[in-house]
Design a binder for this molecule. Structure first.
Ligand code: NAP
Ligand code: ZN
Ligand code: ZN
Length: 348
């Protein structure tokens, strides 16, 4: 077995602390990665605090993993020692259902194996990227270009693909009016991608102080969503709105901003479900959608696009022991715009 050191929550209410554990030795199809950086997703916070229920403890969070390959199995074709590699939210799936067949492992009918807070097919727990290393089947490892800033690339593995996938699926394109709700980890990547596709991007925020940053990131206009007059000016004007908010909020206010046949897609997962005014949908034939991360093939396409266009996340680097303070700032919407852990600071 391979010795690994991580940072774990031992129960839902405990701060994170060093945790020694073991990973499998790399098999014929596996790559072993020494982790350099790991992004901090709001999903990590939801899960270590067990806000979605069913959490398995001790829990080592982290699914925005980048590092260097140190060892590969004899059958591995796509990676060699020394390559940069990434791991996102999934480390396996059934690989035989229709969804897996279409490269949509995130919608695997048997449920994918999550990078942490999940179980491998043999029943052993998965531990995430707030740790020194990871062993993963190459089918779930991503290639990272050395053109990209490595720490800034880490959040692409979740925040990047989670916003890329719906923007692509709903075909966001040049000259469309597109809204992004919330300027956090996901939101700031959505603004960058939508702007790079040529859309007219409006950022909805509850933090007026983020307006200048939003424009720098690519937003053409910023609306403070608590201001009803500002909101009303945009009634019936959006082709598409992507909602990245992590807490309970009023969806109906955003639904009213869609054009006829416009779509509001949710990627944020608040612990409490929202209420919906059905008339708001019916009277303008509007649509409400949801989207979960993205498949492995699509994640690689997104990473390659980022390498070509020089897109990474705007990050604040933290030391491992600052993680609980980072969570507290995240809860106050005070992240600019993704925390990334420098794994060199991980100590027993
Ligand atoms: P984050 O960095 O904390 O950003 C969330 C943003 O939401 C905040 O920065 C804030 O933006 C806004 N917000 C927070 N509380 C709010 C409230 N009460 N009312 C209105 N707006 C509020 O979080 P993240 O990492 O981007 O994740 C966002 C959500 O997506 C989380 O629920 C996470 O679990 C989920 N997620 C889903 C997927 C998926 O596959 N669907 C993948 C990853 C994450 P402003 O300051 O601009 O208002
Ligand atoms: Zn995530
Ligand atoms: Zn499947």
């Amino acid at each position: 077995m391979l010795a690994s050191l991580g940072y774990a929550a031992h129960k839902a209410s405990s701060p994170l602390a060093p945790f020694s554990f073991e990973r499998r030795d790399p098999g014929p199809h596996d790559v072993q990665i020494d982790i350099r950086y790991c992004g901090v997703c709001h999903s990590d916070l939801h899960q270590v605090r067990d806000e979605w229920g069913g959490g398995a403890f001790p829990m080592v969070p982290g699914h925005e993993i980048v590092g260097r390959v140190v060892k590969v199995g004899v059958q591995v074709k796509g990676f060699k020692a020394g390559d940069l590699a990434g791991i996102g939210c999934m480390v396996d799936s059934c690989r035989s259902c229709p969804a897996c067949g279409e490269g949509l492992e995130q919608y695997c009918e048997k449920g994918f194996v999550g990078t942490y807070n999940s179980k491998y097919k043999d029943g052993t727990p998965t531990y995430g990227g707030y740790s020194s290393n990871y062993v993963v089947d190459e089918a779930f490892a991503l290639r990272i270009s050395d053109k990209l800033d490595l720490a800034g690339a880490a959040p692409l593995l979740c925040a990047g693909i989670t916003t890329w996938s719906p923007l692509r699926y709903w075909n966001v394109r040049k000259d469309q009016k597109v809204g992004v709700v919330g300027l956090g980890g996901l939101g700031h990547m959505a603004v960058k991608f939508a702007a790079s596709f040529g859309a007219k991007v409006v950022l909805f925020t509850t933090s007026p102080g983020k307006a200048e940053d939003a424009r720098r990131l690519g937003a053409h206009e910023v609306v403070v969503s608590k201001n009803k007059d500002e909101m009303r000016k945009h009634a019936r004007s959006f082709d598409f709105i992507l909602d990245t908010v992590s807490a309970a909020h009023d969806l109906n206010a955003f639904m009213a901003l869609l054009k006829r046949q416009g779509t509001l897609t949710l990627v944020g997962v608040p612990p409490v479900d929202p209420s919906l005014k059905v008339g708001n949908l019916i009277f303008q034939r509007r649509q409400l959608g949801g989207s979960l991360i993205g498949g492995i093939k699509e994640t690689q396409e997104m990473l390659d696009y980022c390498a070509e266009h020089g897109i990474v996340s705007d990050i604040e680097m933290i030391r491992m022991e600052q993680i609980d303070a980072a969570y507290e700032r995240m809860l106050k919407s005070d992240v600019k715009y993704r925390f990334v852990i420098d794994m060199a600071t991980l100590k027993a």
